[in-house]
Design a protein around this ligand. Structure first.
Ligand code: F6R
Length: 246
């Protein structure tokens, strides 16, 4: 794993945008799986800014949804597809016909997961993966314990994930209890991965995933043995406080 340590969220967003711009330049029709959540939002905003200056063309990307709450239509305000549409697809000019949803509102969830895996396989796997680190070490919604061969599947969210996602929707009872997640197997096989980690609250789990044993209890720890992983970290996450070192 490569580690890039930067001062703050703004620097993190710039460095993440550099990473992604270079990757898109190298392969304009790359297949990419994308996290929502707070961590990569600055990266997406910075990329959109660069697009508005004609510096990047991401319109050829094939975008795969990373995770989806069960039972929500794509136009529900809490839908993660809607969030991805607002934060990435629209600002970067990627048409919805170039996207693959995880259909959390499908009548047959297992079947929806198999269809998603088939689409990833047809694309030849992920060229790029942009991930955030869950406070409990999850990747996507691969909640612990998740072994490295965990497939794309429906999962029950842990109390910690429900608590942490409540900040987006106002209250814990607004957070659905189940989700579909892209499997660990597909994520760990991505050709290149950028893991974006920001904030003092990620300090402990960051060091467990980087330095601890590879264990289903910290699903992100399996990135230690995946290929071409870049961990992009701000000082607050690295040090556990937002006070800069002298
Ligand atoms: C979001 C996702 C999650 C988040 C993780 C970190 O699509 O899959 O795994 O990446 O929970 O969330 P933030 O970035 O909000 O701290």
């Amino acid at each position: 794993m490569d580690l890039i340590l930067v001062d703050d969220y703004e620097a993190l967003s710039h460095a993440g945008a550099d990473w992604l711009a270079e990757a898109v330049q190298a392969k304009r029709d790359a297949s990419i799986v994308l996290a929502t959540g707070e961590s990569p939002m600055g990266v997406y905003r910075e990329l959109a800014e660069r697009r508005s200056h004609g510096q990047i063309d991401a319109s050829g990307l094939r975008v795969f949804q990373l995770d989806a709450y069960v039972g929500l239509a794509p136009d529900d305000r809490r839908s993660l597809f809607g969030w991805m549409r607002r934060s990435f697809l629209e600002p970067l000019g990627v048409s919805e016909s170039n996207t693959v949803r995880l259909e959390g509102n499908a009548p047959d969830l297992e079947r929806a997961c198999r269809a998603y895996e088939d689409a990833v396989r047809q694309a030849g796997g992920f060229d790029l993966s942009i991930l955030g680190l869950g406070p409990n070490g999850h990747l996507g919604f691969n909640e612990p314990p998740a072994p490295p061969d965990a497939p794309t599947r429906p999962v029950d969210l842990t109390a910690e994930s429900i608590r942490s996602n409540a900040r987006y929707w106002g209250a814990e009872d607004q957070v659905p209890r189940q989700a579909l997640t892209c499997g660990m197997d597909l994520l760990l096989a991505a050709a290149r991965t950028l893991l974006v980690v920001s904030g003092a609250h990620k300090h402990e789990i960051l060091h467990r995933m980087l330095e601890g044993p590879q264990t289903p209890e910290v699903p992100a720890s399996y990135l230690q043995s995946a290929s071409n992983v870049t961990v992009l970290v701000d000082r607050a996450a690295w040090q556990g406080s937002s006070t800069p070192t002298p």
